[in-house]
Design a binder for this molecule. Structure first.
Ligand code: GLC
Length: 768
């Protein structure tokens, strides 16, 4: 299509192109969004940008091309390679067939269009494929069709690819293929699954030198082939919608993540207690049982901030109701929990039970808030309550209504919402493509709204809670899209209590973090299947460092509270839950950093050391921020761990031993040891141990200063509301020279600590 480039025209920050063919209808365009971001747009639908990821002023301006304040289109010229568009940081050269090459600020190529034909790695033996198909195997390797719209970009042998949300498998996504179609798979998630609950069509490419990102903002079903079909290129495409992608540059991976989250939004601070330990299970069937869980936490001396109420609390699984037979007086349980320092989070699914006189159903029917069939009937499928209808969260009125419904939970004393089943899931076959939803101001089919259903539900929930509770809303979601980080945290859905899933938790959380979702976690211990004592002990060690630290499992599986596996595992659980509570201010600082820069809390090593070949495929270690490295044991029976530390000096957290980095070594790791390393010169802020957030101990801040030199910024606020947006916070810069520290106040807007205790590294080591 398009063929020869004939002319270009500049309008504001946009450059339109005229080609020999098709350009009048589809208006191919490259727009400067910021110095580091180009948008590439072909308006196949004629509807302009229909983004749901980019909101606010930036989102509005996408259709009028006036984004000058974020970066300038510096020049446009035409040379023999094509039309050259420059910002201060990037250059795009647009040629025939709307092929675009991107270059960095020094003129080095970052990403070139692929100009060859479609090719396939290896030979295809048609007869063998036929036999495989007979036995029922999915036939991999069969030739891929062209998508109605697609982009092929060149790959170099050393390129690694990260991001793409919660996809299964390994950290580096190169050579794999994925589909963006929010999917609820009950069977154990395998490495080769193409889709899962979330659709975040953002990928980062790390090159030998430099990095860039591609955000394909098309929320229909989209496809990514990252070198599986052919070593020489990757492709992304869709059957419908627009070719609407952002080329995102930056000084390195971190900058690319920052620029992507600048575009799609950053995760705002959560309340401090959300960083504590959460206990959950589907199948706490009565008030008595769930009270026993809170008591168990106390009895076993386990810090805990939250117990989750799964669907068991509802009356016949009807959302915004309470089962008074089994769960009796909900408000009383929740207030008794509060007295124990434990908050309640309640699950809310989208499916509304079809039942005459059930107020949520009746209100939704009257308001016209449910999705319809093309014939105009309310569409019915089945989820937990039986026949159920689907709120049309793309309709702003339905969102407002749903937001107001949250009052039921808030009045009960609930502190946060867990949004589940919002792919949306359905038990009687998938929702047909043509079920009619709304996309803000016009009807839109399910096929177009599917991937943003969870996003819109989380947005409705967040906005309702923000208005009604006055606190920072705590929403957890299973399904989401790019940009959902503004409204919600996330967990990785129904994993299983199997070692492969403990291993997979690490790349999954790391890639979610690189995709803008900084507050994430997996079900600690695994959701489906029966956990073993050893697996639980190792999982709690990973959970301790996961932003969302929640033990959760399925009805019918072995009970999974920390005391269910004997004394040894209980002691190990306590050790790591305690450590988490000590590290709360460190996590809180990282959460603050996420809001300011978009960088994730939990990070793959490659984000910090992108030039180190040894970390590009490191699946079994991760970092918290830039100074704590965790190398958990994720193999059954292993009592040693092969650890890799990147360049620089490190300290073994447990022994204080100094280790020179850039090397592999074996660390002894008995069942109670998760190897942890601290970067030389680091300052780690801690709180004294407490049984829950808000226990009256907040007044002491401990600063652990490690040998070496470095600076650290510590952030403090009331941990609950949005006062910090009005300046109600403190910020301190701590400089450390071999344990000699100085503290400087950068901002003073909140009650200061009563006491700050500085501990030099050596003292801590001898104390341990
Ligand atoms: C889904 C959720 C799971 C929850 C269950 C019952 O499977 O993913 O976490 O416990 O539904 O609500």
């Amino acid at each position: 299509m398009f063929k020869k480039l004939q002319e270009y025209r500049v309008e504001g920050q946009k450059v339109y192109f005229r080609y020999e063919e098709g350009s009048e209808a589809f208006k191919p365009c490259v727009e400067v969004i910021s110095d580091n971001i180009f948008n590439v747009f072909i308006d196949y639908t004629g509807s302009g940008h229909r983004t749901r990821a980019i909101e606010g002023e930036l989102g509005k301006r996408l259709n009028d091309g006036h984004n000058e304040e974020n970066g300038k289109l510096e020049s446009v010229s035409w040379d023999e390679a094509g039309v050259v568009i420059r910002t201060s940081q990037l250059t795009a050269i647009v040629g025939d067939d709307f092929k675009i090459d991107f270059y960095g600020s020094n003129g080095e190529p970052l990403s070139l269009a692929y100009r060859g034909g479609r090719r396939r790695n290896g030979q295809i033996n048609e007869a063998a494929l036929e036999l495989l198909a007979k036995e029922g195997h999915a036939v991999a390797g069969k030739s891929t069709e062209d998508y109605a719209l697609q982009e092929l970009r060149a790959l170099e042998p050393s390129d690694c690819i990260y991001g793409l949300g919660d996809k299964t498998g390994v950290l580096n996504k190169r050579y794999y293929e994925y589909e963006m179609w929010n999917s609820d798979f009950p069977e154990p998630h395998e490495d080769n699954f193409k889709s899962l609950y979330k659709s975040i069509p953002f990928m980062l490419v790390l090159k030998k030198k430099g990095a860039y990102g591609i955000f394909f903002d098309n929320h229909n079903r989209t496809y990514f082939d990252l070198g599986k079909e052919c070593d020489d290129y990757y492709l992304f495409g869709a059957d419908t919608g627009n070719l609407d992608y952002y080329f995102i540059g930056g000084a390195g991976l971190k900058d690319v993540v920052s620029n992507y989250t600048w575009l799609t939004g950053r995760a705002p601070m959560q309340q401090l207690w959300t960083l504590g330990f959460h206990q959950s299970r589907w199948g706490y069937e009565s008030e008595r049982e769930i009270r026993g869980i809170a008591e168990g936490m106390k009895k076993h001396n386990l810090p805990c901030d939250c117990i989750h109420f799964d669907i068991d609390y509802m009356d016949h699984y009807k959302v915004f109701t309470w089962n008074q037979e089994t769960y009796e007086d909900g408000a009383k349980v929740i207030s008794d929990f509060k007295d124990m320092g434990i908050k309640a989070v309640a699950i809310i699914d989208p499916g509304v039970k079809v039942e005459k006189d059930y107020y949520v159903y009746e209100e939704g029917m009257q308001g016209g808030y449910f999705a319809k069939t093309p014939e105009g009937e309310v569409y019915v499928n089945e989820v937990w309550p039986g026949d159920a209808v689907y709120p049309d969260f793309g309709n702003p009125d339905a969102r407002k209504w749903w937001g107001e419904k949250q009052k039921f939970l808030i009045d009960m004393g609930v502190s946060g919402v867990w949004n589940d089943m919002n792919e949306p899931a359905s038990f009687r076959g998938p929702l047909p493509d043509d079920v009619v939803f709304t996309d803000e101001d016009r009807p839109a089919p399910h096929s177009e709204m599917h991937n943003i259903y969870g996003h819109n539900m989380a947005k409705a929930t967040y906005e309702g809670w923000k208005k009604l509770s006055g606190k920072r809303p705590f929403v957890i979601t299973r399904a989401c899209y790019s940009g959902s980080q503004k409204y919600t945290t996330a967990w990785t859905g129904d994993n299983h209590s199997i070692w492969t899933h403990l291993r997979m938790a690490i790349p999954q959380m790391c890639n979610l973090g690189l995709s803008g979702m900084s507050f994430v976690g997996t079900d600690v211990g695994g959701f489906g299947s029966d956990c073993t004592p050893e697996l639980f002990a190792r999982w709690i060690q990973v959970g301790c460092f996961s932003p969302l630290f929640r033990d959760h499992c399925a009805k019918g599986c072995r009970t999974q509270e920390p005391w269910q596996f004997g004394k040894e595992v209980l002691d190990i659980s306590r050790k790591y839950i305690n450590l988490r509570y000590e590290l709360l201010p460190y996590f809180y600082d990282l959460m603050h950093e996420s809001e300011v820069t978009g960088l994730p809390i939990i990070r793959p090593l490659v984000l910090e050391y992108e030039n180190d070949e040894n970390v590009k495929n490191r699946n079994d270690e991760f970092m918290l921020g830039d100074r704590l490295l965790v190398a958990p044991v994720v193999e059954q029976g292993a009592r040693e761990k092969l650890v890799y530390l990147p360049e620089g000096e490190w300290y073994d957290y447990w022994t204080g031993e100094k280790i020179e980095g850039e090397k592999f070594f074996v660390r002894k790791a008995p069942l109670d040891v998760c190897p942890i390393y601290v970067k030389a010169g680091a300052v780690i802020p801690k709180y004294p141990l407490r049984m829950h957030v808000g226990e009256d101990k907040d007044d002491l801040l401990i600063l652990e200063a490690y040998p070496g030199s470095g600076t650290y910024t510590h952030y403090q606020d009331n941990g609950e509301d949005f006062g910090y947006w009005q300046g109600e916070y403190n910020e301190y810069r701590i400089s450390n020279e071999d344990g000699r520290t100085e503290i400087e106040a950068l901002h003073e807007g909140y009650r200061p600590y009563g006491n700050v205790e500085i501990r030099a590294g050596q003292r801590i080591w001898s104390a341990r």
